[in-house]
Design a binder for this molecule. Sequence first.
Ligand SMILES: Nc1nc2c(ncn2[C@@H]2O[C@H](COP(=O)(O)OP(=O)(O)OP(=O)(O)O)[C@@H](O)[C@H]2O)c(=O)[nH]1
Ligand SMILES: [Mg+2]
Length: 686
Amino acid sequence: MALISHGGAGKTSLAEALLFTSGAINRLGKVEAGNTVTDFESDEIKRQVTIGTALAPLEWENVKINLLDTPGFFDFFADVQAALRVADSAVVVVCGVSGVEVGTEKVWKCADEFQLPRLVFINKLNRENANFEGTLEQLRNHFGVKVFPLQYPIGKEESFRGIVDLVKMKALLYEDESGLKVREEEIPSDLQGKAEELREKVVEAAAEADDNLMEKYLEEEELEEEEIRKALRIGTLEGKIVPVLCGSATKNLGMQPLLDLIASALPSPMDRPGISGRVPGEDESIIRTASGDEPLSALVFKTLADPYVGRVNYVRVYSGTLKADSQIYNTGKEKVERLGNVFFMRGKTQIQTPEICPGDIGTLVKLAVTTTGDTLCDKASPIIFPPLDFPEPVISYAIEPKSKGDEDKVGVGLARFLEEDPTFRVERNTETKQIIISGMGDTHLDVVVERLAQRYGVEVNLNTPKVPYKETIRGTSKKEGKYKKQSGGRGQYGHVFLELGSIPRGEGFVFEDKIVGGVVPRQYIPAVEKGIVEAMEEGILAGYPVVDVRVALYDGSFHTVDSSEMAFKIAAAMAFRGAMESADPILLEPIMDVEIAIPENYMGDIMGDMNSRRGRIQGMVPGEGMQTIKVQAPLAEMFTYAIDLRSMTQGRGVFKMKFSHYEEVPFQESDKIIAAAKADKEEKDK
Ligand SMILES: Nc1nc2c(ncn2[C@@H]2O[C@H](COP(=O)(O)OP(=O)(O)OP(=O)(O)O)[C@@H](O)[C@H]2O)c(=O)[nH]1
Ligand SMILES: [Mg+2]
């Protein structure tokens, strides 16, 4: 069961409280104290936010429940997606003060995509300004009337002390600070009316969920508590009902009824429809169900690349039983992996187990090739599950070590992060010679920087990447290049005439040999071409590579003794630079295809902003409440777009971007770029 919410609604605290109440741990940790089970990474403790999904099993009423404590921060949303992919259900945590937030909508949508039965927990009812009914109303406005309460809080804010159970029609009161002792009482008289009113809705919903109850309900017979519970379970499993419970995670208040409901109303792996996969190499798809009789199949949904422990893979077993010290087949990578020990994980604590049963989740260590998204199975009955679908990174920085010589350490660290984080990318830009790292937001990449320091002992800087500009010409020109040295010993002599012209964008470079009568001897012509190619690596405007030119060698002369390949190369480079200068040189910049998806009401802002980024709108595709705008915009204006779009749309907008083509830089911009390149060069030459 995945705990999902907007950032900070209390998932980690709730996981802690559930573990404590179930007896899985004997001390209630606090996020502020950095001693919770599921926020165990040192940067999670430092930031007091969850960065990666953690696993925490507990047992309640003979049911094993695997809690998946997911991050709420948008940069780490890929972990939420992966957790929901392997979860059978979700508890949506909503802060009773902030109510429904953007992140609530986001996780709800994601849980819809995986068709997960769920319930809502309204948390922080002990806090000032907590508002149960207001939050409930927001939930129903956003997600519909199927969202309705099974509880009502007793006492407000500081004096929040118990819960009315609307199925049992009893009050649950907490006796002490521990939250472990609950006393069942009659509903306080001032809440009696309210409770009856809400109870009516519960009964109605139960009747609607279970056809057998409907008749009884219509005949106005009283429904038994057990009947109601059964009906609520049916409705919840079918997604027709989303029950709402409430409490306070940090006060450990409301955990027993929440655990009861998770254990009784949310699905076990056996209640879920089977998972569909493909037989490798065939079109046929097969369904596996959570049965020990079926062949083994499992999906890796998370990989930790720990510098000390090595690689830890989190797997969800879908069918069959995964046994320690056995062999397992990685279908996608076509490799047999040897399993050593097999574990359950409670946060960072490994609990050794001989096997992982169908439906259960555990970890495998020291596998050779396996990482996130891989299907593991019995080689005799191979199957491959659809890969996990991760978003593409949206923001990039150039990374460089603070001290020269640390490049290798950075490389080693980044390679490890690539193993564990499917939304992280590293790329060497051959043109700007920078190492570019990309991720889901500034915080994501800040975490990378922190982890490099902490795990690999290397400090780095992040800078805005250089734009890979290029240079070309618009006109034509002819120039002579002569390299002559005749002082003592053997001299140097190379002499060429070049003609430059432009060719269509993207065609690169064309060399034409128009020499007649051997004025430049055959054997020197490749050297001439080489001289030009080398000169093209650094254009004359700002030192960027030159592209899309045609160069004709049409005349020249030689010296029988002094001419050499070297001399012709130098002469050709001199002629090329001279010719470029008088052929109307210009700068080119990369233009990106950008697709932005936003709720309609942000259209005006986004279009205006795109204007100021020199973007050109290419088209619009209306969708359900969302508009997709297609734009072409220069890369130079897009480096911080992820952050700006998030703040313009409170995180509701998303975008994708890919390279389209090169285009001329407008002259106001190009003057600035040329001036900056000059200053840069002077600085270097000092
Ligand atoms: N007053 C009060 N504070 C709470 C309660 N539950 C959580 N908090 C506080 O809210 C803050 C966020 O709690 P977390 O448990 O880290 O929330 P989270 O949803 O795991 O946060 P992310 O993982 O960053 O999305 C912490 O300061 C908690 O102490 C509660 O019931 N009452
Ligand atoms: Mg958390």
